[in-house]
Design a protein around this ligand. Sequence first.
Ligand code: SAH
Ligand code: SF4
Ligand code: F3S
Length: 461
Amino acid sequence: MEESRLQLEYIEKVKKINEGRDLKYCSVVFGCQMNEKDSEKLCGILEKMGYERTGLEEEADLIIYNTCTVRENADKRLFGRLGVAKQYKEEKPDMLICICGCMMQEEHVVKKIRSSYRYVDLIFGTFNIYKFAELLYTRIEAKEQITDIWDSHREIVEDLPAVRKYPFKSGVNIMYGCDNFCSYCIVPYVRGRERSRRYSDIIDEVKYLVSDGVVEVMLLGQNVNSYGKGLSDNISFAELLKKVADIDGLKRVRFMTSHPKDLSDDLIYVIRDNEKIARHLHLPLQSGSDRLLRLMNRKYTKEGYLELASKIRREIPDIAITTDIITGFPTENEDDVKDTIDVIEKVGYDGAFTFEYSKRTGTAAASMEGQLSKEEMQEHFDRVLKKVQEVSKAQAKRFEGYVMETLIEGVNEKDPSMYTGRISRNNVVHFKKDGHRIGEFVQVRLDECAGFYYNGTVQGG
Ligand code: SAH
Ligand code: SF4
Ligand code: F3S
């Protein structure tokens, strides 16, 4: 492709400038798996330019922050980090500080950085991430702060270098953006309209990854269930998932995220009938109250969600269902919290992320009346969190004693004589090392459940 050839030329140009210098980069990622995946591409470009990776910002000659803005605390974290980076840069004036990602798609943030953070070298957004090499070259030549933000998507450019965080597992984008406009959510504004990748491109990427040692992939999209809209391929997410699972050499497939309104029966049957597809479904509820679900623009009801969850549990009894819940949405009252708790009990979630509602500029909910006080917010949050923890502990306990196929993901951070792995249901399990290698599948007995993770023992030889 024309564009990727152009970018490869810029990579070469920067590489020439860097020649003979021993340069390091540090990649800092906030947010979701989409950002993780984008940063793997940024790292690939930097390594081709001759930069070597370091985990320490103070050691780096270039830092790239990939930002998230889904909740307000994400913003705060970035500005804290930038303050520290400034001190490093004072000692090392040649250091380059780059910022990209979702937060940069917000005008007020870019304004703030341009006026109060003059030491930032390069600012770009989500739609032109593939231009990183060109932008970095421009910055180096111009010797002044460069900002390039687009307000929408132009083309999908993918055949650029990338380095994977894990050699044995990888995320694979199947779509970009989101069209759902849940009233609290900023993602559609910062990631643009929904667009699906061509089926054949996805399959080719997974096949390539498998040939490169990958055994587990996670298909990524803000709403994978609406995959295929606008494509001439005429293929549904259920069909895509089945085709991916059929790829020889691939051992396990995951996907994120499923919007309940678009989850088809076909998808349930494809998971049920295919052992390679992980026994895990992340099905964000957000709220159990019909009144709030309507205000949130989620397009399903409590009853509809419960029916869906029980159909899934009926068809695939060993599946883990996890969720996201927002507490403190404008006007949330006692009855709403009760409804949410009722759904948590009825579904029996295997895990849940609970978030306090965070007001995002530009979203519909930001201008709604009835924003909650800090105290009310905290009170609702604590009750929901307590219920979620109680329910998911009980769920995890049910699987004590089971032997489960486990992908070894790394050496245990606290105890180097142990490995940490992940079962199909997505729980983590710790067990003694015994000659197996990272990236291998082993059968592990889940001896004891410790909240959301297990301590286990490898079975057989
Ligand atoms: N596309 C995914 C969600 C991506 S954002 C989906 O629809 O399921 C991940 C989670 O962040 C959401 O599920 C929601 O629970 C939470 N979230 C999004 N915007 C939020 C906000 N303004 N305040 C609090 N939580 C929010
Ligand atoms: Fe946000 Fe809703 Fe889109 Fe998820 S589906 S990214 S919550 S707008
Ligand atoms: Fe955050 Fe952007 Fe993902 S806002 S959650 S990094 S799509």
